[in-house]
Write a protein that binds this ligand. Structure first.
Ligand SMILES: [Zn+2]
Length: 372
């Protein structure tokens, strides 16, 4: 199953030249699950032709368990791979291939875990869910509604965590700040209004704001315990002898679960505007895509159960997941899966074989205790 999943391309990307349909992966999963007795729902993503979510359900009742993963992968640098990214290869007790770790293998492991239990009587439903576009817009998870999983109360997201339960991560916002000035001949500064100088003031203000956030918000569950803001790229101007008429800065902000992010970009735009308006500049601050909210499920009942089974205390990670969207569906959500995030999004991505049997055992145990 892992070989077939890795061999079925489903790259998702915000860059349209790399973006691919995930339907072949969805149908592959459906074709395995339907003969096992799962009821299959394939839900096309609105406004995203060629993309769908899969909801495969076994058993009836309420308070069921969802095993969820994303069906897409990131794009890849073919020249840096030592093997074909779409052809799974085994080397040094590892399975190499695009999506082997992040996170196509999880579906195979979930199915393998379920198979011997399907003969038993199910008191609560098991739902295997595969989403679209986690690596780009998260459109798949965002389209889910409570009705899709009304018969479930718990969810595992099998992202690679080295089989440690995760109950928290920061939110991520990516923003673009554009400052407008006026161009002119550099010999007389009065002939224009230099947007790079406006940007200098704006960055100073953003750094002040960042320092304030670091003193007002701290969460020791995270390795980096304060919110972060990274200035990722900056562009402006074309020639040393022209006054620069506009400049742009793209940056990210990683917020803690305790921070209220409603109207964050509006408030920050006002703050930047106040320090540059008297110099005649205008600015516009816009999100580059819809933010990924922070995830906080510290009181999770499911995490306590998983801790008892694995001997690992619930922790937090630095990467974002679909967990906040599943929490919005009233699912007690824990992120746990085989493989390490250090191998995800990398050439020669791999899953260590040593984690496969423990992952199957863990999921089988959870399916058994929740559903049968
Ligand atoms: Zn992932």
């Amino acid at each position: 199953m892992v070989r077939d999943l890795v061999g079925t391309p489903s790259v998702s990307s915000t860059q349209s030249q790399f973006d691919q349909s995930n339907n072949d992966v969805i149908h592959l999963l459906a074709n395995w699950l339907e003969p096992l007795g799962f009821h299959i729902e394939i839900i096309p993503i609105k406004g995203k032709p060629g993309k769908s979510n899969l909801i495969a359900r076994f058993g009836k009742g309420s308070e069921g368990l969802v095993l969820s993963g994303h069906s897409d992968t990131v794009p890849f640098d073919e020249h840096l791979w030592q093997s074909d990214p779409f052809s799974m290869s085994e080397q040094d007790d590892k399975w190499h291939g695009l999506g082997s770790c992040d996170m196509k293998s999880f579906f195979a492991i979930a199915i393998e875990a379920a198979i011997p239990l399907l003969q038993e009587s199910f008191k609560r439903p098991l739902i295997i869910m595969a989403t679209a576009d986690e690596e780009s817009s998260m459109s798949g998870a965002k389209q889910l509604i409570r009705k899709n999983v009304a018969d479930a109360s718990f969810a595992i997201i099998g992202e690679p965590t080295d089989l440690k339960p995760i109950t928290g991560h920061k939110g991520i916002m990516m923003l673009n700040l554009r400052i407008e000035g006026t161009s002119g001949h550099s010999s007389d500064p009065a002939l224009g209004n230099n947007a790079i100088e406006g940007m200098h003031r704006a960055i100073t203000e953003l750094m002040t704001y960042r320092d304030e956030l670091g003193t007002t918000h701290q969460d020791l569950r995270f390795d980096v315990s304060v919110p972060t803001m990274n200035f990722g790229c900056i562009h402006g101007g074309d020639n040393p002898n022209r006054i620069c008429d506009h400049a742009e800065l793209a940056f990210d902000l990683r917020n803690l679960p305790s921070m209220d992010m409603s109207d964050f970009s509006g408030a920050l735009e006002d703050r930047v505007a106040r320090v540059i308006e008297d110099q005649g500049f205008t600015c516009r601050l816009e999100p580059l895509f819809a933010p990924v909210p922070a995830f906080d499920n510290e009181d999770s009942v499911l995490a306590k159960q998983i801790s008892a089974l694995t001997g690992s205390r619930p922790g937090s990670v630095a990467f974002g997941t679909e967990a906040p969207f599943l929490m919005d569906l009233d699912l007690d959500t824990v992120v746990i899966g085989p493989g390490s995030i250090n191998q995800a999004h990398q050439p020669n991505e791999y899953l260590p074989l040593a984690q496969i049997d423990p992952a199957i055992d863990l999921l089988r145990n959870l399916i058994g205790s929740h559903c049968t």
